[in-house]
Design a protein around this ligand. Sequence first.
Ligand SMILES: [Zn+2]
Length: 247
Amino acid sequence: MINITNKKELSALLSKKKTVFISPAWKDKKIKQILLCPGSIVSKNDGDSHYITANDLINLYKIDRKKYQITVLLRKDMEGDYPDWTKLHPLYSGNYEEKRKEIFGKTEIKPSAKKGKIEEVFWNKDSEYIWFCKWCGGIAYVPREFDICPFCNENQGIFNKNIGKVKLTEDEFQIEMIKEEGEYFASTPDTFYLMPGYEGYEEALKEIWKGSGTYKSAEEFFKEMDKQYNLSTPKKFNVKIGERINV
Ligand SMILES: [Zn+2]
């Protein structure tokens, strides 16, 4: 299943061209409930015993209180009563930053789909709505009375969120992108980091979307990705290229 929320991918798909689907190669670990386990700890640094309160734990682990359901453990022997909760303890090592990354870090998603695989494509799958504007992807609130789209003022008609099926024309692969000093760089499995202006730059990047109608140029592609994912630190993406079938 492919879920798209990107208008460029949508319009390429609706115009029956080859489409490039790009998704982040990571997902955030799903943590909802946090159990704070305050207690005494002998510090590695000074050898003294310190009591680390629940509030200290919040600060040391840099927890955003609004994002989680948080409870404080009142008695040590009750920890087993919270099997599904993420537990935060005082650390002898004092290295909370490393522990925080380990607990809250991202899980990598490896590219795995093979050429020839058939996938169903949905627009905005999580939305409760079913019909959307063909021009801008906006919600068609009353599909039977849809005339002019309130979002884009066009009357191009509507489409069902279950767009149809695509057949992958090659194996899914991974690219990495970064923006440095205003310039975009990308690597694919076959290339090193590419530089704008470098001979063959656009050529090499075309390989990423293999003549699809998804993006007009490498520049446009990068700008879009930067806007969505902030490429000031390197980010990895998984790329699927597919053709719509049974249209
Ligand atoms: Zn519209």
